[in-house]
Design a binder for this molecule. Structure first.
Ligand SMILES: Cc1ncc(COP(=O)(O)O)c(C=O)c1O
Length: 419
């Protein structure tokens, strides 16, 4: 795998078993999982395992034969969208979904230019690496991609706030459009995660996204919402995170939680876009949308609904957020707490006034938490934001364990720093 294959933690974890929100390592130690969003309806969810087993024991084949599963699944999936987004294509990974969305956007608009944030990650294929401004060498040399500053109310552009801040970020999107035009490149679209999850689960100035999308549409481009992390009810009140905004995407991409760990991902788009694209560009994905994958996808939707997991994201999410804010009042290191349903970003700073990112402290903290049996991770431009994003069956009793352990770890860290 090579020496640079990424691993979590200074002392990497060797996991052997999972159940619900719990994981066990090879020595039998139990960990509370407050990080993994892929096992969306819980590790080894029995409904999902049973559906997978049942279909795998009956038939697994690709989508060039008729099968009820894919039709039933896509009807159910597209039923979660606003009117107008009623057609879908399935893939195996979020990267493939974004790649397909880029191809579709470029094909349908006749443009090449894509606008993303200046700290974006949307996957690992060549075209998707080009838009990976936060992590990928391809993004530094491409002419087809421009970025705008991450829309962050905690570290605002030019010290602005409210409406003026939203306008300032939207103006930077307009600047990207103008630069494309000056270089003779037509705009194909804007692609963002509506939660701005990899950027650090940002507090987006209200009105920014609506303004930015309007500018892109005026320039002939489309809006692609990358819901690979944000979707499937994680934000609680809405099934899709874009539904928090007053704008409907032309294309939505999804993955990670969709198959609870089974490789299932896809694109939902305006029917006329899918029809126009697929008429010219034959799209076939050997493993995308098989009877097994779609049985798994359906079981995930069943579990979300039958276990009222979106409602749980609202109530347990609010409980967690309140607990995190209480810790913020106690620990100087916590500069900002952000929450959206069952997704939390806790920004650590050396000093609340200067907001200097506490990068080394963040790394130490997640390792301390690991040693204490709670799994979390970090994210953001400065790698100083705790990323808490547990499986959706996470309950208040689990939140209590997280909050208690985090309190302990923060106290220990503060003692270490001041020693
Ligand atoms: C927002 C977002 N989009 C796309 C991807 C790529 O998904 P995958 O790893 O399934 O290709 C990721 C993965 O981390 C992601 O966070």
């Amino acid at each position: 795998m090579g020496h640079h294959s990424p691993l979590f933690y200074d002392k990497p974890l060797h996991l052997v078993r999972g159940e619900g929100v719990w994981l066990w390592d090879s020595e039998g130690k139990r960990y509370l999982d407050v990080y993994n969003n892929v096992p969306h309806v819980g590790h080894c969810n029995p409904r999902v395992v049973e559906a997978m087993h049942r279909q795998a024991s009956t038939l697994n084949i690709h989508t060039r034969y008729l099968h009820d599963n894919i039709v039933d699944y896509l009807e159910r999936l597209t039923g979660t969208f606003d009117d107008g987004l009623q057609m879908a294509m399935l893939t195996c990974t979020g990267s493939e979904a974004n790649e397909l969305a880029l191809r579709m956007a470029r094909f349908c608009t006749g443009g090449q230019g894509i606008i993303v944030t200046d700290f974006a990650y949307h996957g690992n294929t060549e075209a998707v690496a080009e838009i990976g401004t936060g992590f990928m060498p391809e993004a530094r040399t491409t002419k087809r991609v421009k970025s705008f500053p991450i829309p962050d109310a905690y570290r605002p552009l030019d010290g602005l706030s409210g409406e003026a801040l939203a306008q300032a970020y939207a103006d930077r999107v307009q600047q990207a459009i103008d630069e494309f035009h000056a270089e003779g490149i037509k705009v194909a679209g804007i692609l963002v995660c509506p939660d701005f999850a990899n950027e650090g689960l940002l507090d987006v100035p209200p009105g920014f996204l609506e303004k930015a999308v309007a500018k892109v549409r005026q320039a002939g481009g489309v809006f692609i919402a990358d819901e690979v992390q944000a979707g499937f009810g994680r934000s609680g009140r809405h099934f899709w995170a874009y539904q928090w905004y007053d704008v409907t995407p032309d294309i939505v991409t999804m993955g990670k939680p969709m198959g609870n760990g089974h490789p299932l991902a896809g694109v939902v788009a305006r029917p006329e876009m899918i029809e126009a694209f697929s008429k010219e560009a034959m799209y076939f994905n050997t493993f995308g949308g098989t009877p097994v994958s779609t049985a798994v996808g359906m079981a995930v939707l069943d579990a979300l609904e039958e276990d009222s997991l979106m409602q749980n994201a609202v109530t347990t999410g609010a409980y967690m957020a309140e607990g995190l804010r209480k810790l913020q009042r106690k620990h100087e290191l916590i500069g900002d707490v952000r929450d959206l349903g069952m997704f939390f970003g806790v920004e650590l700073v050396k000093d609340r006034a200067t907001k200097v990112p506490a990068q080394a402290e963040t790394r130490r903290l997640i390792n301390l938490m690991r040693d204490k049996g709670v799994l979390i991770s970090k994210i953001g431009v400065h790698d100083a934001i705790l990323k808490l994003r547990p499986p959706m069956p996470f309950q208040t009793e689990h939140a209590d364990i997280l909050l208690h352990t985090l309190d302990e770890a923060l106290t220990q860290l503060t003692e270490e720093v001041t020693a």
